[in-house]
Design a protein around this ligand. Sequence first.
Ligand code: R5P
Length: 291
Amino acid sequence: MPEVDKEGKNFSLEKQMETKGFFLKGSNSLDWGMKNRLSRIFNPETGRTVMLAIDHGYFQGPTSGLERIDLNILPIAPYADTLMLTRGILRSIVPPSYTRAIVLRASGGPSILKELSNEQIAVDMEDAVRLNAAALAVQVFIGGEYETQTVHNMTRLVDMGSRYGVPILAVTAVGTEMKRSARYFRLACRICAELGAHYVKTYYIPNGFETVTASCPVPIVMAGGKKIPEIDALTMAYNAVQEGAAGVDMGRNIFQAESPAAMIQAVGATVHENLPPAQAHEMYLDIKNRK
Ligand code: R5P
């Protein structure tokens, strides 16, 4: 029989219990599990994240740099706060001992050979929970041919996510025919947030990005986009976080860099330490040239 506890005496009556607000924008009213998952994605110390996006295969097959995820990505994955990928790659390649946050690609359907906006939900929430996903990512094509369908994919995932405590990342997908303007991104990000997305991924634009982050009531992470010179990608990441982004979700600009390991570390210093672009680029070159 266990010893009966004598009632404790250490009530620290002089100190009130503190109830702190949650560190992420617009997220204070979420439930504990949701906040805990978001705290695995975003570093609570900086309020920011470096997500490494390697989900490109879900619509375009073995993308350059992702032909062998086991050889090219696993060695750099520990430098990311979060890995964004499909459940197929997660189960087949990523060891379960990897404990960084996982954001699962949850929409799909069409390949690059078809109309890309014709996506549907491609993951069951129970499977996401089984995989211990920290969030699910869904593409939303505002202005695209299947706009409404993709918005509904997102709202259905938000409903399921709310049931299980799993945050939903809305990814604003821009059709090639659409103009990438602050006005467009304000519209797209705000629609995603209004309809329940817990955070939003969107592209950086040099004019007016701060109005996109200011008018979106939940965190925004900057999308990387097509490969550009390393110094330009670091400048873009720096500007995005200075203008209100809560981090980045970059793929090709990391894994297609001459040294992906150096690039992800330089991006990390940009995002978490506000390292200015010239110094971040120096850091990139130093690590790249180390033997
Ligand atoms: C596409 O739209 C996806 O979300 C991507 O596959 C990916 O996340 C894009 O990353 P990046 O543009 O930085 O290569």
